[in-house]
Design a protein around this ligand. Structure first.
Ligand code: KG4
Ligand code: ZN
Length: 357
């Protein structure tokens, strides 16, 4: 019903996210402790530090959420928590906390799959009937899937190596974007998007598109890393650059890389749509493609997917930016979806049910 209250907990990677969402899909309270800035310094997520910070922040995040929702924990109907996939020791922090609440206040637990939550949360913000296509692009994942129902996903393709956000983060670091004050506090992908807006010569750096001969919907991003290294090294030598200095053509390089990643994502998404059309997998009056995950915040990439959607007669939709990146809202919402669907709720979950894959 509309007054169902679900507390959602997300700790699968480096963000401690908590939220309360009701059965009508309203966000009542939330809290997010992001470790982004800390891990920027290490050039990737450090699992030991991530675990420590989750432990430090989880209780604060839950109390803050309850406070700003003005809800007493006794009045929650269930606790939804991410159980997979993610860093094992990080996941366990959220699950242990959820079990603590469940035991102490006699609440059921709803185990949530992180990727499913990324996909479904778009339905909290717009009316998107099943089935729809989802493109999930983040620092840890890249996949295309058909969402047939709350608990029925058909995987169409995934990355054979790195995730796009991972490549963008590594590239930003290698290009030393952090030394430019404007970008110093931004996630790598966001810094690249910002720098690419100052492009002068979009033709200067061309990256070859991967997997063009592969007749499937998989992705590959590792080649971009190598070609970026070559291009960067060449320019650094040319200008005799060492240490912390940034190459003068950095904006053009960012634009070239962003374009290549956008094109690759668009080409594979188009293949997925063609496949769905041919097999009649997305029949119905409304044809939708949802784009989610941190990289979906990128307007240039999102608009490239929109071009494909327009061409194929699909709406292309993304949740608001703060819901594209990891958060507790999507976990709470997925809990609501499962309650609506009358999926089985459990009184507790074993730690052995927590799964990195
Ligand atoms: O979903 P998310 O918060 O965490 C996971 O990786 O699961 O995504 C983080 C990723 C990072 O790689 C970050 O660089 C990227 O999303 N990102 C962006 C933008 N904002 C964040 N990538 C491209 N353009 C952006 N505007
Ligand atoms: Zn994620």
């Amino acid at each position: 019903t509309h007054d169902t209250l679900i507390l959602g907990i997300e700790t699968s990677c480096d963000d401690t996210g908590v939220a309360i969402v009701n059965g009508a899909g309203n966000l009542l309270g939330e809290s997010l402790y992001s470790q982004n800035i800390i891990h920027l310094r290490y050039g990737g997520v450090n699992p030991v530090i991530a675990h420590e910070l989750h432990r430090e922040n989880i209780d604060k995040a839950v109390q803050e959420t309850l406070r700003n929702a003005r809800i007493n924990i006794e009045n929650i109907d269930a606790v939804a928590v991410t159980t997979k996939p993610g860093l094992l020791i990080s996941l366990q922090v959220g699950v242990k906390y959820a079990r603590f609440i469940a035991n102490r206040y006699h609440k059921p637990i709803i185990p949530i799959h992180h990727m499913e939550a990324h996909a479904l949360v778009a339905r909290m913000y717009s009316d998107i009937p099943f089935p729809f296509i989802v493109l999930l692009i983040s620092g840890g994942h890249c996949l295309l899937s058909i969402v047939n129902d709350v608990d029925d996903f058909l995987l169409l393709g995934e990355s054979l190596d790195n995730a796009p956000g991972q490549i963008l983060d590594k590239a930003a670091r290698r290009m030393k974007l952090r030394n430019i004050p404007e970008y110093s506090k931004m996630a790598g992908g966001r810094a690249i998007e910002a720098a690419a807006k100052y492009v002068k010569n979009p033709e200067l750096f061309k990256f070859t598109s991967p997997l063009l001969k592969n007749r499937d919907c998989n992705f590959s991003f590792s080649g971009f890393k190598n070609s970026l290294e070559k291009k960067l090294f060449q320019k650094e030598s040319e200008h005799n650059i060492m240490g912390d200095r940034v190459i003068p053509e950095v904006n053009d390089l960012c634009a070239g890389l962003q374009l290549a990643i956008a094109e690759h994502l668009a080409v594979r998404t188009e293949r997925a749509v063609l496949f769905c059309e041919k097999k009649n997998l997305t029949s119905g009056a409304h044809k939708n493609i949802v784009v989610s995950g941190g990289v979906a915040c990128n307007d240039f990439i999102f608009n490239s997917i929109k071009v494909i959607g327009d061409k194929m007669g699909y709406n292309v939709i993304r949740p608001p930016p703060k819901v594209c990146t990891d958060n507790g809202i999507m976990i709470a919402w997925n809990g609501i979806e499962k309650v609506r669907k009358k999926c089985e709720l459990s009184s507790t979950i074993a730690l052995s049910d927590v799964d990195p894959k």
